[in-house]
Design a protein around this ligand. Structure first.
Ligand code: HEC
Length: 259
């Protein structure tokens, strides 16, 4: 009889232990999913801007028809193809924090393009500084301001051109990891981080790589000037150029348990 009870107790302890561990893992998986989708949405924004670079730089065309609405519909489609997730601008007012973050990011990036209409539609002007990096930086800033609290989004690099993109200690460490030999290409990295005040946040980074189209400004000859008058870094195709860095709040224990 005693043996039976002992056996039962053992099974019980094992089951409870396992489910707690699983709940913890599932909680972190949710955070990773949420943060990586925020990063991937900014990457979709960057990709849509890159795909329309020729249009933006064309001095012959005045009105380009590239309004915030046109842009956002392309971003929604790109993001759906990349992740399978459907989003809309109205998600910005959702009570679901995950939806709210993605919707707010969409509205933020739309505003950047709406605010750029005058320069974008200037006839007789070629390069207008509307490139993935500047749209990404302005979008990240608007999103971070709109979300407030522990939310934050930016592009960063160990060889940053803009001081606003300078990596903090955490970001520099992860960027070095991304650049290290043998690091699995394309894989993002997330971590629960404890802040100085003891509260926790979740941080995530998604690497960005040099593609042939980036070489015009970031490639060789190293030290020469690009179209924007900035110094080329001498990167090669496939190099880690930088990363999208995301921060989201860590749910309180009550919240995590209620899930
Ligand atoms: C037309 C020139 C041009 C092209 C093409 C270009 N970039 Fe950039 N890139 C810039 C400029 C200029 C900045 C600084 C932008 C700013 O002021 O925020 C920059 C900044 C960045 C940053 C932010 C870090 C930093 O240096 O401040 C990343 C990341 C980046 N570029 C990645 C890429 C990738 C990846 C590609 C190709 C898909 C690419 N860029 C193509 C000009 C370019």
């Amino acid at each position: 009889m005693l043996r039976r009870i002992m056996f039962f107790v053992l099974i019980l302890v094992f089951t409870v232990g396992m489910s707690t561990a699983q709940a913890f893992a599932a909680g972190e998986k949710d955070l990773e999913n949420e943060a990586s989708n925020v990063a991937k949405l900014l990457i979709s924004c960057r990709a849509v801007i890159a795909a329309n670079q020729g249009l933006f730089n064309n001095p012959e065309i005045g009105d380009k028809g590239f309004t915030g609405d046109v842009y956002v519909s392309k971003v929604i489609e790109h993001f759906k193809n990349a992740t399978g997730v459907e989003i809309s601008e109205s998600d910005a007012t959702s009570s679901d924090p995950v939806k709210k973050a993605l919707g707010t990011l969409l509205v933020s990036t739309k505003n950047v393009i709406d605010e750029s209409q005058k320069v974008l539609n200037t006839k007789g002007k070629g390069f207008k500084k509307i490139i993935p990096a500047t749209v990404g930086r302005r979008t990240g800033y608007k999103y971070t301001t709109a979300m407030g609290g522990d939310y934050y989004l930016k592009q960063t690099s160990l060889k940053y051109r803009n001081p606003a993109n300078r990596p903090d200690a955490f970001e520099a460490r992860i960027l070095k990891e991304f650049e290290s030999e043998g690091y699995p290409k394309g894989q993002g990295k997330g971590k629960v981080v404890t802040k100085a005040d003891g509260s926790k946040i979740y941080r995530y980074m998604q690497p960005l790589y040099i593609k042939p189209v980036c070489l015009k400004c970031h490639g060789d000859p190293k030290g020469s000037k690009d179209i924007a008058g900035r110094i080329k870094e001498g990167y090669k195709v496939g190099d880690v150029r930088g990363a999208v860095s995301v921060m989201i709040p860590y749910p309180s224990e009550d919240l995590a348990q209620a899930k």
